[in-house]
Design a binder for this molecule. Structure first.
Ligand code: ZN
Length: 332
């Protein structure tokens, strides 16, 4: 582990999710010095969540053995559309937040420059600078978990769009009259291809009496059908899960093809729990399905790859975010 001496070398990454908050101290070569996860408990309200983040930051700084004044900035990945300049989270349904000024709430508690960015953008930024996307100019990160989120990189920088909502790829419609999505529409990409969508179809099959390794493992309880259980059942040869994963690859490829046709990226990086758990098999199938749906010309030379940073994409992306904004501030 790196020796903690020099001042101003460290940043803190905060990956704020609906269930957990991951916090870590990261040094200037992106080594994680110390980290921990605490529950978000969003029901206590935004002020309480900010208190918990501040407390967790204090703790990891202590664990890393660095002085508090050697932290040069804090990067936060938060859900929902947000304004990265003001650091106000406009809307985060899983936290029940509306217009929460997260940046100023944290700066008043931590007394360190704090930068807030959409969580999926942060993950994409991590992959761009440190992971599978190193050196790419045009890329799209797609993260498949409870929902499907996307981050877009244009000319080597995050593309946020006029309303900071660019990359809401989960709400592209891929199936007319398909299942209802959290956004109110039907047939959105995440309504057919997120983990939640997979779980919904599996639970329906269990209700009809389908059985197999996954059922044995989970007793059909939706909360137990996590990405890892899916991959274990898949490896056990569970026919139901194999069928679902083939369908998953088809839908993922369909959405990726839409993105490639629209955006002409050099690279599409696939990450998130489902992709990580299923690994190479899924990536290969998604490539095949993408070939079927994308325009041949748009697809030429496009790499479709798995995320390289995995779980750390968020935290490391937060550190990249903080360092990038700090050097922008120093230049201006
Ligand atoms: Zn939707």
């Amino acid at each position: 582990m790196a020796e903690a001496t020099q001042d101003g070398r460290y940043t803190v990454g905060v990956d704020l999710g609906g269930t957990n908050i991951a916090v870590a101290v990261v040094d200037d070569v992106y080594t994680v010095m110390a980290g921990q996860k605490v529950p978000t408990d969003p029901r206590d309200g935004a002020e309480a969540v900010a208190d918990r983040i501040a407390e967790a930051v204090g703790e990891v700084v202590g664990q890393a053995g660095v002085r508090a004044d050697s932290i040069r900035g804090v990067g936060v990945g938060a859900p929902g559309p947000l304004d990265p300049e003001s650091g106000v989270v406009s809307f985060a349904p899983n936290l029940n937040w509306h217009n929460v000024p997260l940046k100023s709430m944290l700066e008043s508690r931590l007394s360190v420059p704090t930068f807030v960015e959409n969580d999926v953008n942060v993950g994409t930024l991590g992959e761009l600078r440190l992971g599978a996307g190193k050196g790419a100019k045009q890329l799209i990160g797609v993260f498949v978990g409870t929902g499907i989120g996307g981050g877009m990189v244009l000319d080597g920088e995050l593309y946020r769009g006029a309303n900071f909502s660019a990359g809401e790829v989960g709400h592209m419609i891929v199936k007319t009259g398909g299942p209802r999505c959290g956004c109110g529409n039907r047939g959105c990409w995440e309504a057919v291809a997120s983990r939640q969508a997979i779980v919904r179809r599996l639970v329906r099959a269990f209700r009809r009496g389908a059985r197999g390794p996954l059922y044995k493992m989970t007793k059909g309880a939706p909360s137990k059908i996590r990405s890892r259980a899916l991959s274990r059942a898949f490896l056990d040869g569970d026919p139901l899960v194999i069928r679902e994963m083939k369908r998953e690859a088809k839908y993922l490829g369909m959405g990726v093809a839409n993105l490639i046709n629209l955006f002409s990226p050099q690279m599409v990086i696939l990450g998130g729990g489902v992709v990580e758990a299923m690994g190479d098999w899924l990536i290969k199938r998604v490539r095949r399905s993408t070939r079927r749906y994308a325009l041949a010309h748009a697809l030429e030379g496009v790499d479709i790859v798995a995320s390289a940073l995995g779980d750390d994409a968020g935290i490391l992306g937060c550190a990249v975010l903080a360092n990038g904004r700090l050097s922008q501030m120093a230049e201006s």
